[in-house]
Design a protein. Structure first.
Lengths: 255, 173
């Protein structure tokens, strides 16, 4: 099944789709477990936006591939090593602070990426970005505000936030490290140059951390990377086992 | 046999199709027609084939396939079986496309209508809220945002500080 796997745009679409799908699935795990009803709803809403965005990328990828696979085939019938999401988004939810930090790191990247992607010469990619950026704006506002509340909140919320930052900050560099497919698309101008996104992302993160009274995390330390090339943490397999259960057990089942 | 269920002999006019679409309601806010919502972007009639182009309010809007089905059923009932539904993402839907009638119907239904000109794009302006959202029950503008995310993707949750009632706000987008 795989003749067009070497096509950089196809590879990138899968990466973008997998990223939004996996994070959306993680957020949906909160449904019914949120700390308060309003935030339970917020997490489910963000999950739904990401699922919708993922579908747009999968549909475009399936069309581009032209082998008769559908969006569902791409989401439900690929194994963990074929998934191309960065490691950050597959990390387990942990506590609320952990979810907020993971979301903030993603949203800060996602929002700024989509803003730039609206200018892509690839009309479909630009249209998906134009749609999703409005939603991503609400997401970034939500995660920024919660990071500030938790950091500048109680001793307990601060302790949990510090722990989440110490655990998750190391995963953000992978977001802006281009894979060969991304580099090829950047050379064509289809994707923005990631170093152009970095200053605005850094400035926003610095502002939010300062408001949260949290010192900026220092030192590169161990960097979690490899997910975009299919080298995942142990967490993804479990996530996919749940996400893909129905289609794996009853192949071709229709709603 | 019901005559309306057999295919009409004459191709319809686009005007006729627009009028029929006015009768298709949004499944999540059933006082609004899909024309009130502004999600029908184009109608084309090519012989017997009718192509209706719609755009989602939100990327993950779960109502899109239901809306597509409702359009087909409404047109089929008029004797038009050859219907193509096209989804279009760009230009992205905005609450500015909500009709005046739609705004009025929303408020009568108990949902505050979006305040024009306060659309997103202010992701970096934290802890702000859309200005002066009016309570649909007592008309007070002394209201506060409870949650940016509400019962559906297109709504936020507000509370009136005067009559104390919580209410949905069709948020600006």
């Amino acid at each position: 099944m795989a003749s067009s796997h070497s096509h950089p745009l196809f590879d990138y679409l899968l990466q973008a789709a997998d990223t939004s799908l996996v994070l959306g699935h993680r957020l949906s795990e909160w449904c019914g477990h949120g700390p308060v009803l309003e935030q339970d709803l917020a997490l489910a809403n963000i999950a739904l936006d990401l699922l919708g965005e993922a579908r747009s990328y999968y549909q475009y990828a399936a069309e581009l591939e032209g082998l008769g696979r559908t969006e569902d085939d791409l989401a439900y019938l690929r194994s963990a090593v074929e998934y191309r999401n960065p490691l950050l988004v597959e990390q387990p939810n942990g506590d609320f602070a952990h979810t907020v930090v993971r979301q903030f790191l993603f949203d800060n990247y996602h929002y700024h990426l989509l803003k730039a992607l609206q200018a892509s010469p690839d009309a479909t990619l630009a249209a998906i970005a134009e749609k999703a950026v409005k939603e991503a704006a609400y997401h970034l506002k939500w995660s920024s505000e919660w990071l500030i509340r938790l950091g500048d909140g109680t001793d307990e919320s601060r302790r949990r936030l510090d722990k989440a930052i110490a655990t998750l900050w190391r995963y953000q560099d992978e977001l802006l490290a281009p894979t060969p497919a991304e580099a090829a698309l950047q050379a064509l101008g289809v994707l923005p140059a990631y170093h152009d996104l970095q200053p605005t992302m850094q400035a926003h993160a610095a502002h939010v951390l300062a408001e949260a009274t949290v010192p900026a995390p220092t030192g590169p330390g161990y960097q979690g990377a490899g997910g975009k090339l299919g080298r995942h943490s142990e967490h993804l397999g479990y996530l996919l086992a749940e996400l893909q259960y129905l289609q794996r057990t009853y192949p071709g089942l229709q709603w | 046999m019901n005559e309306s269920l057999t295919a009409s002999r004459q191709p319809p006019t686009t005007k006729k199709i627009w009028a029929l679409l006015e009768e298709v309601l949004d499944p999540e806010v059933p006082v609004l027609s899909i024309l009130d919502l502004g999600i029908v972007r184009d109608v084309r009639v090519d012989g017997a084939r009718i192509t209706v182009t719609i755009t989602p309010t939100y990327s993950g809007c779960p109502a899109m396939s239901a809306i597509g089905t409702d359009i087909r059923l409404r047109l089929l009932a008029e004797g038009y079986p050859d219907v193509v539904i096209k989804n279009q993402l760009s230009p992205a839907w905005t609450t500015d496309w909500l009709s005046e009638a739609g705004r009025r119907k929303l408020v009568e239904y108990g949902i505050a209508a979006p305040v024009p000109g306060t659309a997103t794009g202010h992701a970096l302006k934290l802890f702000g809220q859309d200005t002066a959202v009016r309570c649909p029950l007592c008309q007070s503008e002394n209201t506060r945002l409870i949650n940016q995310f509400g019962s559906t993707a297109c709504k936020a949750l507000y509370q009136c500080q005067d009559c104390r009632e919580p209410f949905d706000y069709f948020k600006c987008h």
